[in-house]
Design a binder for this molecule. Structure first.
Ligand SMILES: [Fe+2]
Ligand SMILES: [Fe+2]
Length: 128
């Protein structure tokens, strides 16, 4: 099952950001595959840790690009990043039954929405 299918509209036109977006989409899809294949708990836990670290690193990259360009919606964009990281941490801390599925679905939905709104706007405004 492919959780997120890459779409043209996800492209921001900032090469390094797009590269990482594609990597994150592949990683989240791999996580979803592992979960549906019934991978053991330790493996999923380790994978979730990796996904969290990669997402956090990606957000740091975008935030440094925005700061460099004195991006006007920096605060709002950064706040959305932080909300997702908090949400992931909460789901991981609770680790209730089925949490890995909840987590991959939450992250997938969030990314699709964020790519199309916040990241797409960043692209347009940084180019201007
Ligand atoms: Fe992004
Ligand atoms: Fe972003």
């Amino acid at each position: 099952m492919t959780l997120i299918t890459w779409r043209k509209e996800f492209e921001t036109g900032i090469a390094e950001v797009d590269h990482e977006h594609r990597e994150l989409v592949a990683l989240i899809n791999r996580l979803a595959d592992d979960i549906s294949a019934g991978a053991d708990k330790e493996r999923i836990q380790a994978f979730l840790g990796e996904v969290f670290a990669r997402i956090a690193a990606h957000f740091a990259l975008e935030e440094s690009v925005m700061r460099k360009h004195l991006y006007d919606e920096y605060e709002a964009h950064k706040a959305e990043h932080e909300t997702l990281l908090d949400e992931i941490r909460d789901i991981m801390d609770e680790a209730e039954d089925g949490y890995a599925e909840t987590l991959s679905a939450t992250v997938a939905n969030w990314f699709v929405g964020h790519f199309k709104t916040k990241d797409a706007r960043m692209h347009k405004n940084l180019r201007a």
